[in-house]
Design a binder for this molecule. Sequence first.
Ligand code: ADE
Length: 381
Amino acid sequence: MSPNQSRGRLSFSKSPIVEEEAKQELTADFKQDLERMKAMQQRLELDPDEMEKMKSQNPVLLDDGVLHGIGYKSFEIMEILGHGAFGKVFKCKLKGKNTVFAMKVLKKAFLYKNKHLKYAITECNILKQAEHPYVVKMHYSFQTPDNLYMILDYCNGCDLAYHLNKKQIFEEAEARFFIAQIILAIEYIHGLDVIYRDLKPENILIDSEGFCRLADFGLAKENIGEKDFAKSFCGSPAYLPPEMLHSKGVSKSADIYQIGAVLYEFLVGFPPYYTENIKDLYQSIRTARLQVPKYISKEAKDLLNQLLQKRPDKRITLEKLKSHDFFKGLDWQKLMTKELRPPIHLKNEDGPDTNEANNEEYLFLKQQESKFIDKDYTQEN
Ligand code: ADE
Protein backbone atom coordinates (compact mmCIF):
# COMPACT_ATOMS: atom_id res chain seq x y z
CA MET A 1 0.00 0.00 0.00
CA SER A 2 1.38 3.44 -0.81
CA PRO A 3 0.90 6.58 1.26
CA ASN A 4 -1.53 7.80 -1.39
CA GLN A 5 -4.01 5.03 -0.78
CA SER A 6 -6.89 5.85 1.45
CA ARG A 7 -6.17 5.16 5.07
CA GLY A 8 -9.92 4.86 5.48
CA ARG A 9 -9.64 1.30 4.17
CA LEU A 10 -7.02 0.47 6.74
CA SER A 11 -8.68 -2.13 8.91
CA PHE A 12 -8.77 -5.86 9.27
CA SER A 13 -11.62 -5.65 6.90
CA LYS A 14 -14.71 -7.69 6.35
CA SER A 15 -15.89 -8.17 2.79
CA PRO A 16 -17.67 -5.07 1.36
CA ILE A 17 -21.15 -6.54 1.71
CA VAL A 18 -20.63 -7.24 5.41
CA GLU A 19 -19.23 -3.76 5.84
CA GLU A 20 -22.43 -2.37 4.41
CA GLU A 21 -24.58 -4.43 6.79
CA ALA A 22 -22.48 -3.47 9.79
CA LYS A 23 -22.76 0.18 8.87
CA GLN A 24 -26.55 0.05 8.81
CA GLU A 25 -26.74 -1.82 12.09
CA LEU A 26 -24.37 0.60 13.73
CA THR A 27 -26.26 3.71 12.71
CA ALA A 28 -29.54 2.29 13.97
CA ASP A 29 -27.88 1.17 17.18
CA PHE A 30 -26.42 4.63 17.75
CA LYS A 31 -29.72 6.41 17.28
CA GLN A 32 -31.46 4.05 19.67
CA ASP A 33 -28.71 4.46 22.20
CA LEU A 34 -28.91 8.20 22.17
CA GLU A 35 -32.69 8.09 22.64
CA ARG A 36 -32.36 5.52 25.42
CA MET A 37 -29.74 7.59 27.22
CA LYS A 38 -31.93 10.69 27.01
CA ALA A 39 -35.02 8.78 28.22
CA MET A 40 -33.10 7.20 31.06
CA GLN A 41 -31.83 10.61 32.07
CA GLN A 42 -35.41 11.85 32.50
CA ARG A 43 -36.41 8.75 34.48
CA LEU A 44 -33.46 7.94 36.58
CA GLU A 45 -33.89 8.62 40.26
CA LEU A 46 -30.75 7.94 42.18
CA ASP A 47 -30.81 6.08 45.43
CA PRO A 48 -30.68 8.78 48.20
CA ASP A 49 -27.75 7.04 49.92
CA GLU A 50 -25.83 6.92 46.69
CA MET A 51 -26.65 10.59 46.09
CA GLU A 52 -25.34 11.53 49.55
CA LYS A 53 -22.15 9.62 48.89
CA MET A 54 -21.69 11.38 45.56
CA LYS A 55 -22.30 14.76 47.16
CA SER A 56 -19.55 14.23 49.68
CA GLN A 57 -17.17 12.81 47.08
CA ASN A 58 -17.75 15.32 44.30
CA PRO A 59 -19.27 18.52 45.63
CA VAL A 60 -19.89 21.21 43.07
CA LEU A 61 -21.59 24.58 43.24
CA LEU A 62 -24.26 24.94 40.55
CA ASP A 63 -25.99 28.19 39.54
CA ASP A 64 -28.68 27.77 42.20
CA GLY A 65 -25.89 28.27 44.77
CA VAL A 66 -26.48 24.85 46.30
CA LEU A 67 -23.73 22.32 46.79
CA HIS A 68 -24.70 19.29 44.71
CA GLY A 69 -23.22 15.87 44.30
CA ILE A 70 -22.27 15.00 40.79
CA GLY A 71 -24.08 12.06 39.29
CA TYR A 72 -25.66 11.00 36.07
CA LYS A 73 -28.52 13.45 36.49
CA SER A 74 -26.13 16.38 36.76
CA PHE A 75 -25.37 16.18 33.02
CA GLU A 76 -27.27 16.94 29.88
CA ILE A 77 -26.39 14.66 26.98
CA MET A 78 -25.78 16.65 23.80
CA GLU A 79 -24.67 14.16 21.18
CA ILE A 80 -22.81 10.94 20.63
CA LEU A 81 -19.09 11.23 19.94
CA GLY A 82 -17.92 7.71 19.44
CA HIS A 83 -17.90 4.08 20.18
CA GLY A 84 -15.06 2.31 21.98
CA ALA A 85 -14.31 -1.31 22.72
CA PHE A 86 -16.46 -1.43 25.88
CA GLY A 87 -18.80 1.52 25.67
CA LYS A 88 -19.74 4.81 24.17
CA VAL A 89 -18.72 8.41 24.53
CA PHE A 90 -21.20 11.29 24.57
CA LYS A 91 -20.73 15.03 24.48
CA CYS A 92 -22.46 16.50 27.52
CA LYS A 93 -22.61 19.55 29.70
CA LEU A 94 -23.11 20.11 33.37
CA LYS A 95 -26.71 21.23 33.83
CA GLY A 96 -26.93 24.94 34.47
CA LYS A 97 -23.36 25.46 33.25
CA ASN A 98 -21.85 25.82 29.83
CA THR A 99 -18.82 23.66 30.44
CA VAL A 100 -18.74 20.85 27.95
CA PHE A 101 -17.31 17.43 28.82
CA ALA A 102 -17.02 14.01 27.24
CA MET A 103 -19.00 11.34 29.10
CA LYS A 104 -17.62 7.84 28.70
CA VAL A 105 -20.26 5.24 29.53
CA LEU A 106 -19.31 1.63 30.17
CA LYS A 107 -21.97 -1.03 30.56
CA LYS A 108 -21.36 -3.03 33.74
CA ALA A 109 -23.11 -6.16 32.44
CA PHE A 110 -20.96 -6.18 29.31
CA LEU A 111 -17.78 -5.60 31.28
CA TYR A 112 -18.69 -8.33 33.75
CA LYS A 113 -19.72 -10.87 31.13
CA ASN A 114 -16.52 -10.35 29.16
CA LYS A 115 -14.30 -10.20 32.26
CA HIS A 116 -13.40 -6.62 31.41
CA LEU A 117 -14.37 -5.00 34.68
CA LYS A 118 -10.70 -4.91 35.71
CA TYR A 119 -9.88 -2.73 32.69
CA ALA A 120 -12.54 -0.18 33.59
CA ILE A 121 -11.40 -0.06 37.20
CA THR A 122 -7.77 0.36 36.11
CA GLU A 123 -8.69 3.13 33.67
CA CYS A 124 -10.60 4.96 36.37
CA ASN A 125 -7.77 4.55 38.92
CA ILE A 126 -5.18 5.87 36.51
CA LEU A 127 -7.21 8.81 35.25
CA LYS A 128 -8.09 9.78 38.83
CA GLN A 129 -4.44 10.40 39.62
CA ALA A 130 -3.24 11.61 36.21
CA GLU A 131 -2.57 15.32 35.89
CA HIS A 132 -0.59 16.15 32.78
CA PRO A 133 -0.99 18.62 29.90
CA TYR A 134 -1.03 15.82 27.33
CA VAL A 135 -3.22 13.30 29.13
CA VAL A 136 -7.00 13.62 29.06
CA LYS A 137 -8.26 14.77 32.45
CA MET A 138 -11.02 12.98 34.30
CA HIS A 139 -13.18 15.43 36.25
CA TYR A 140 -15.67 13.05 37.84
CA SER A 141 -16.53 9.38 37.96
CA PHE A 142 -19.70 7.78 39.25
CA GLN A 143 -22.00 4.87 38.60
CA THR A 144 -25.63 3.93 38.24
CA PRO A 145 -26.87 0.36 38.71
CA ASP A 146 -26.20 -0.35 35.01
CA ASN A 147 -23.26 1.76 33.99
CA LEU A 148 -19.92 3.25 34.97
CA TYR A 149 -19.34 6.85 33.96
CA MET A 150 -16.22 8.91 33.45
CA ILE A 151 -16.51 12.62 32.85
CA LEU A 152 -13.51 13.70 30.81
CA ASP A 153 -12.13 16.80 29.13
CA TYR A 154 -13.94 17.29 25.87
CA CYS A 155 -11.48 17.44 22.98
CA ASN A 156 -13.20 19.04 20.03
CA GLY A 157 -10.40 18.53 17.52
CA CYS A 158 -11.16 14.86 16.92
CA ASP A 159 -8.39 12.23 16.97
CA LEU A 160 -5.18 11.85 14.99
CA ALA A 161 -6.52 8.86 13.03
CA TYR A 162 -9.13 11.16 11.59
CA HIS A 163 -6.60 13.86 10.68
CA LEU A 164 -4.17 11.31 9.28
CA ASN A 165 -6.97 9.86 7.21
CA LYS A 166 -7.56 13.31 5.74
CA LYS A 167 -3.91 14.26 5.21
CA GLN A 168 -2.60 10.73 4.40
CA ILE A 169 0.78 11.56 5.97
CA PHE A 170 2.14 14.26 8.25
CA GLU A 171 5.15 16.43 7.40
CA GLU A 172 8.13 15.59 9.60
CA ALA A 173 7.71 18.85 11.56
CA GLU A 174 4.06 18.01 12.24
CA ALA A 175 4.86 14.40 13.18
CA ARG A 176 7.64 15.62 15.49
CA PHE A 177 5.31 18.00 17.28
CA PHE A 178 2.62 15.37 17.87
CA ILE A 179 4.91 12.48 18.79
CA ALA A 180 6.91 14.70 21.18
CA GLN A 181 3.75 15.42 23.19
CA ILE A 182 2.97 11.72 23.29
CA ILE A 183 6.52 11.00 24.49
CA LEU A 184 5.97 13.45 27.36
CA ALA A 185 2.63 11.80 28.18
CA ILE A 186 4.13 8.27 28.13
CA GLU A 187 7.10 9.44 30.21
CA TYR A 188 4.65 10.77 32.80
CA ILE A 189 2.54 7.60 32.73
CA HIS A 190 5.65 5.44 33.19
CA GLY A 191 6.56 7.61 36.17
CA LEU A 192 3.27 6.47 37.75
CA ASP A 193 4.40 2.86 37.16
CA VAL A 194 1.75 2.41 34.53
CA ILE A 195 2.21 0.99 31.02
CA TYR A 196 -0.23 2.18 28.41
CA ARG A 197 -0.18 -0.73 25.91
CA ASP A 198 -2.61 0.68 23.34
CA LEU A 199 -0.88 3.58 21.65
CA LYS A 200 -2.39 4.31 18.23
CA PRO A 201 -3.58 7.48 16.43
CA GLU A 202 -7.21 6.72 17.41
CA ASN A 203 -6.30 7.20 21.07
CA ILE A 204 -4.64 10.58 20.57
CA LEU A 205 -7.24 13.32 20.77
CA ILE A 206 -6.74 16.94 19.69
CA ASP A 207 -7.92 19.71 21.97
CA SER A 208 -9.29 23.10 20.98
CA GLU A 209 -5.80 24.62 20.77
CA GLY A 210 -4.42 21.85 18.54
CA PHE A 211 -2.50 20.01 21.27
CA CYS A 212 -2.63 16.24 21.84
CA ARG A 213 -4.33 14.43 24.72
CA LEU A 214 -3.70 10.76 25.32
CA ALA A 215 -7.04 9.09 26.00
CA ASP A 216 -8.48 5.64 26.60
CA PHE A 217 -6.53 3.93 29.34
CA GLY A 218 -8.68 0.80 29.05
CA LEU A 219 -5.73 -1.49 28.37
CA ALA A 220 -3.24 0.19 30.69
CA LYS A 221 -1.62 -1.78 33.49
CA GLU A 222 -0.75 -0.44 36.93
CA ASN A 223 2.13 -1.27 39.27
CA ILE A 224 4.68 -1.95 36.56
CA GLY A 225 8.09 -0.87 37.83
CA GLU A 226 11.28 -0.76 35.74
CA LYS A 227 11.85 -4.50 35.97
CA ASP A 228 8.26 -5.70 35.86
CA PHE A 229 6.36 -7.41 33.08
CA ALA A 230 2.66 -7.48 32.24
CA LYS A 231 1.50 -10.89 31.09
CA SER A 232 -1.75 -10.24 29.19
CA PHE A 233 -1.83 -10.48 25.43
CA CYS A 234 -3.70 -7.36 24.45
CA GLY A 235 -3.63 -4.38 22.12
CA SER A 236 -4.47 -3.49 18.57
CA PRO A 237 -2.89 -5.93 16.08
CA ALA A 238 -0.98 -3.48 13.88
CA TYR A 239 0.73 -1.88 16.87
CA LEU A 240 1.67 -4.99 18.87
CA PRO A 241 5.34 -5.13 19.83
CA PRO A 242 7.22 -8.34 18.90
CA GLU A 243 7.70 -9.38 22.53
CA MET A 244 3.90 -9.48 22.95
CA LEU A 245 3.73 -11.90 20.02
CA HIS A 246 6.44 -14.04 21.60
CA SER A 247 4.20 -14.25 24.72
CA LYS A 248 7.11 -13.12 26.85
CA GLY A 249 5.26 -10.45 28.76
CA VAL A 250 5.81 -6.76 28.11
CA SER A 251 7.56 -4.00 30.04
CA LYS A 252 7.56 -0.23 29.69
CA SER A 253 9.58 -0.58 26.49
CA ALA A 254 6.46 -1.95 24.75
CA ASP A 255 5.13 1.62 24.85
CA ILE A 256 8.37 2.82 23.25
CA TYR A 257 7.86 0.35 20.38
CA GLN A 258 4.33 1.71 19.98
CA ILE A 259 5.67 5.29 19.87
CA GLY A 260 7.74 4.01 16.93
CA ALA A 261 4.73 2.36 15.29
CA VAL A 262 2.70 5.57 15.57
CA LEU A 263 5.56 7.78 14.32
CA TYR A 264 5.99 5.41 11.37
CA GLU A 265 2.29 5.68 10.60
CA PHE A 266 2.44 9.51 10.80
CA LEU A 267 5.28 9.60 8.29
CA VAL A 268 4.40 6.71 6.00
CA GLY A 269 0.59 6.62 6.16
CA PHE A 270 0.15 3.12 7.59
CA PRO A 271 1.66 1.19 10.52
CA PRO A 272 4.90 -0.80 10.10
CA TYR A 273 4.58 -4.15 8.29
CA TYR A 274 0.92 -3.41 7.59
CA THR A 275 -1.06 -6.06 5.75
CA GLU A 276 -4.68 -7.16 6.02
CA ASN A 277 -3.55 -10.71 6.69
CA ILE A 278 -3.09 -10.93 10.44
CA LYS A 279 -0.85 -14.02 10.32
CA ASP A 280 1.51 -12.29 7.87
CA LEU A 281 1.37 -9.13 9.94
CA TYR A 282 2.40 -10.97 13.11
CA GLN A 283 5.11 -12.87 11.28
CA SER A 284 6.57 -9.61 9.92
CA ILE A 285 6.38 -7.83 13.26
CA ARG A 286 8.36 -10.73 14.72
CA THR A 287 10.94 -11.20 11.99
CA ALA A 288 10.84 -8.79 9.02
CA ARG A 289 13.32 -6.00 8.40
CA LEU A 290 11.75 -2.56 8.70
CA GLN A 291 11.15 -0.91 5.32
CA VAL A 292 11.41 2.88 5.40
CA PRO A 293 10.50 4.89 2.27
CA LYS A 294 13.27 6.93 0.66
CA TYR A 295 11.59 10.29 1.28
CA ILE A 296 12.05 9.88 5.06
CA SER A 297 14.97 11.92 6.45
CA LYS A 298 17.99 10.04 7.78
CA GLU A 299 17.30 11.28 11.33
CA ALA A 300 13.71 9.98 11.22
CA LYS A 301 14.83 6.68 9.69
CA ASP A 302 17.44 6.14 12.38
CA LEU A 303 14.96 6.95 15.11
CA LEU A 304 12.33 4.61 13.67
CA ASN A 305 14.87 1.79 13.56
CA GLN A 306 15.79 2.37 17.19
CA LEU A 307 12.17 2.63 18.35
CA LEU A 308 11.03 -0.39 16.38
CA GLN A 309 13.98 -2.49 17.48
CA LYS A 310 12.63 -6.02 17.94
CA ARG A 311 14.56 -6.77 21.12
CA PRO A 312 13.09 -4.73 23.99
CA ASP A 313 16.41 -4.79 25.88
CA LYS A 314 18.11 -3.12 22.89
CA ARG A 315 15.33 -0.62 22.19
CA ILE A 316 16.04 3.08 22.74
CA THR A 317 15.07 4.45 26.16
CA LEU A 318 12.80 7.45 26.68
CA GLU A 319 15.71 9.51 27.94
CA LYS A 320 17.91 8.82 24.91
CA LEU A 321 14.95 9.21 22.63
CA LYS A 322 14.42 12.81 23.73
CA SER A 323 17.96 13.77 22.76
CA HIS A 324 17.91 12.00 19.38
CA ASP A 325 18.79 14.17 16.35
CA PHE A 326 15.21 13.89 15.08
CA PHE A 327 14.24 16.19 17.96
CA LYS A 328 17.21 18.56 17.54
CA GLY A 329 16.16 22.09 18.38
CA LEU A 330 12.98 21.03 20.17
CA ASP A 331 12.65 22.73 23.53
CA TRP A 332 11.05 19.99 25.65
CA GLN A 333 10.54 22.36 28.57
CA LYS A 334 8.60 24.81 26.39
CA LEU A 335 6.60 21.96 24.93
CA MET A 336 5.69 20.85 28.44
CA THR A 337 4.37 24.31 29.27
CA LYS A 338 2.61 24.60 25.90
CA GLU A 339 4.71 27.56 24.87
CA LEU A 340 5.26 26.02 21.42
CA ARG A 341 2.60 26.51 18.81
CA PRO A 342 1.29 23.62 16.70
CA PRO A 343 2.84 23.66 13.18
CA ILE A 344 -0.58 22.94 11.74
CA HIS A 345 -3.78 23.89 13.37
CA LEU A 346 -6.17 21.00 13.25
CA LYS A 347 -9.20 23.23 13.43
CA ASN A 348 -12.56 22.39 15.02
CA GLU A 349 -14.31 22.70 11.72
CA ASP A 350 -11.90 20.15 10.31
CA GLY A 351 -13.31 17.62 12.73
CA PRO A 352 -16.05 15.26 11.58
CA ASP A 353 -19.65 16.18 11.97
CA THR A 354 -20.51 14.69 15.33
CA ASN A 355 -24.20 14.60 14.55
CA GLU A 356 -24.64 10.87 14.31
CA ALA A 357 -27.03 11.09 11.36
CA ASN A 358 -24.37 12.83 9.23
CA ASN A 359 -21.50 10.88 10.51
CA GLU A 360 -22.00 7.32 9.40
CA GLU A 361 -18.65 6.82 7.74
CA TYR A 362 -16.70 8.09 10.69
CA LEU A 363 -18.68 6.00 13.16
CA PHE A 364 -18.20 2.95 10.99
CA LEU A 365 -14.44 3.53 10.97
CA LYS A 366 -14.46 3.98 14.73
CA GLN A 367 -16.15 0.62 15.13
CA GLN A 368 -13.51 -1.04 12.96
CA GLU A 369 -10.74 0.54 14.94
CA SER A 370 -12.10 -0.50 18.29
CA LYS A 371 -11.43 -4.18 17.69
CA PHE A 372 -8.67 -5.54 19.82
CA ILE A 373 -7.53 -8.80 21.21
CA ASP A 374 -7.41 -9.64 24.85
CA LYS A 375 -6.24 -12.98 26.03
CA ASP A 376 -4.47 -13.83 29.24
CA TYR A 377 -1.93 -16.33 28.01
CA THR A 378 -0.76 -17.16 31.54
CA GLN A 379 -4.03 -19.07 31.90
CA GLU A 380 -3.18 -21.14 28.86
CA ASN A 381 0.35 -22.00 29.91
N1 ADE B 1 -14.00 10.59 22.28
C1 ADE B 1 -13.49 9.84 23.27
N2 ADE B 1 -13.08 10.59 24.28
C2 ADE B 1 -13.31 11.88 23.93
C3 ADE B 1 -13.06 13.11 24.53
N3 ADE B 1 -12.50 13.18 25.74
N4 ADE B 1 -13.40 14.24 23.86
C4 ADE B 1 -13.93 14.15 22.65
N5 ADE B 1 -14.19 13.02 22.02
C5 ADE B 1 -13.87 11.88 22.65
